[in-house]
Design a binder for this molecule. Structure first.
Ligand code: ZN
Length: 527
């Protein structure tokens, strides 16, 4: 997928420093498991594995969830993966899954976690071609390409922009919070040209070792070049964005093929047989994808017609029911929407979206206890800002301020309107306790030597009843000489506003003024 933003070097350094401080990176030197070259390794193998394990599930969720209607197909993809894993240079806890998205794409995460989109499987013509993509992705994981990107500090950036690309349910793309953002980064980054040719080369070697005809890597690359020239847009959003096809790659693969020698399994018939069920519902998913577009452009009639077509083609697909539910919500029929989300959950219990949507609808209907269960389950699958924001409100309603603040804090992470709302709710709870975090207080002195308290509201809220004390220190010893009674600024301070108050004290010099300081004690949010 596309990498849209490159960090400034200073930010990269800061993030790398942060990663080291968090214990994510421990400097060391090692041998690359694939190329056998010596290299600086900051991310250890156990960390790579931990990162993959932690992020694999949420990232699959974020990209559309697993395609689970054809377990035999999933087992087949896994068996091809296992054949290649058996001959790979590195033993990792490899896992392979199929994501329910029509964009032709595949990715690998550190620690050997690999995923294929449903949409890519339509485009391949043989098991050997599947093995070619698989081998390529496997080398990305085995040769530490993702880990190296982390070491260079070029991850952790623009996460939310990247994650939506290729994910059809992009309405949640910028609402993912917490560690799941990192997972999006891990699979959305575009590797360098060296990493790509390394993956092409060793991926073909794995193919050959596993008994496949490496010639399939060449024909596949040729197909990609052709499709790319035809500007098939879904390819441009998917695999081509992270793996740009080129004539150079084709010719490099050709010379690798010369070294390895053509010959081996092609597996055309077995592949055709294994994807036959999937292909029989391709038109249904195409209708669904178009329904999504129609709904996005507010053409409800067309969306309805297309989704019915999709359901007729694949009545078992949970996403189609979820889409009907989304439409019911748009038409302000919350009860109907709830029933349809329940149907979707029944069909596929472990996809986050109908859970979080049910939670939102139930919350809006005032059915809070029911809402809470759905929101919690949704967050287990994929943490999102809307779920945390509502869980925060539920905790606040119960008087559990500490938990509410925790939830708001997580939701406030998301660069979205909901994130801002959660931030404001957090500030409302936190400001009366920690006024100094939101207000700046200092002493000023006029020409006549009169002291003033100057209070600056740095929050986005209107504040009143700012309470503070004036403390006088001995500048030599630092000892407190006197402490005033609590003083209150009578005027309210709008967001960003500044207020001042005469303290009724006079000093003889600026130096003497320095011995006075303000301590903020309390403030109220204006109702
Ligand atoms: Zn690649």
């Amino acid at each position: 997928m596309l990498k849209r933003h490159l960090l400034k070097p200073a930010t990269k350094q800061a993030l790398l420093g942060l990663a080291i401080a968090l214990g994510l990176l421990i400097p060391g030197c090692g041998t690359n498991p694939v190329t056998k070259k010596r290299e600086l390794q900051l991310v250890s193998e156990s960390q790579e594995i931990a990162i993959g394990k932690k992020n694999y599930g949420p990232t699959r969720q974020a990209q559309g969830g697993d395609y689970s209607l054809d377990p035999e197909l999933t087992a087949y993809v896994q068996s091809v993966g296992n054949k290649l894993a058996a001959v790979s240079d590195r033993k990792l806890p490899y896992e392979f899954s199929i994501i329910n998205d029509s964009t032709p794409n595949a990715w690998a995460m550190p620690g050997g976690k690999i995923a294929f989109n449903r949409g890519l499987l339509y485009e391949l013509n043989s098991e050997a071609e599947l093995a070619a993509v698989m081998g390529h992705e496997m080398v990305h994981a085995a040769a530490r390409h993702g880990a190296k990107d982390m070491e260079r500090g070029i991850l952790f950036q623009g996460a939310m922009i990247a994650v939506g690309i290729g994910a059809q349910n992009s309405d949640y793309a910028n609402l993912i919070v917490g560690g799941a953002q990192v997972g999006a980064q891990l699979v959305s980054s575009k590797y360098g040209r060296d990493a790509e040719s390394e993956s092409d080369l060793y991926g073909m070697r794995y193919m050959k070792k596993a008994g496949y005809d490496p010639a399939a890597a060449v024909t596949l690359q040729e197909t990609f070049v052709r499709l790319s020239a035809e500007h098939k847009s879904n390819f441009i959003d998917g695999l081509f964005a992270s793996h740009p096809p080129s004539a150079e790659r084709v010719s490099a693969n050709k010379s690798t093929l010369m070294q390895l020698g053509a010959g081996g399994d092609m597996g055309k018939d077995v592949y055709a047989q294994k994807v036959s069920k999937l292909k029989s519902t391709q038109a249904a998913y195409k209708a669904y994808d178009e329904a999504v577009k129609a709904l996005a452009s507010k053409d409800l009639e067309k969306a309805k017609q297309l989704i019915n077509q999709a359901i007729a083609g694949e009545p078992r697909e949970a996403k189609f029911q979820e889409f009907l539910a989304d439409m019911a919500l748009l038409q302000k029929k919350p009860e109907a929407a709830l029933a349809l989300y329940a149907k979707a959950i029944n069909m596929q219990p472990d996809y986050f979206k109908p859970h979080v949507q049910s939670g939102i609808v139930l919350f809006s209907l005032g059915r809070k206890a029911e809402a809470e269960a759905y929101l919690k389950r949704a967050n287990e699958l994929l943490p999102t800002a809307p779920a945390y924001n509502l869980l925060g409100q539920l905790a606040e309603g119960r008087g559990d301020t500490a938990l509410a603040m925790q939830h708001y804090q997580i939701a406030a992470d998301s660069k979205s309107e909901i994130g801002q709302q959660a931030g404001a709710r957090l500030a409302k709870l936190d400001l009366p306790r920690n006024p100094a975090k939101y207000l700046q207080a200092r002493i000023e002195v006029d020409r006549a030597g009169n002291l003033y308290a100057v209070l600056q509201n740095n929050s986005a809220l209107s504040i009143q009843q700012v309470q503070f004390k004036v403390i006088k220190y001995d500048l030599k010893t630092g000892r407190v000489i006197s402490r005033s009674a609590p003083l209150i600024l009578r005027t309210a301070l709008a967001a960003g506003a500044k207020g001042q108050m005469a303290l009724g004290q006079k000093v003889a010099s600026l130096q003497e003024a320095k011995s006075y300081q303000l301590v903020l004690e309390a403030a109220e949010i204006q109702p």
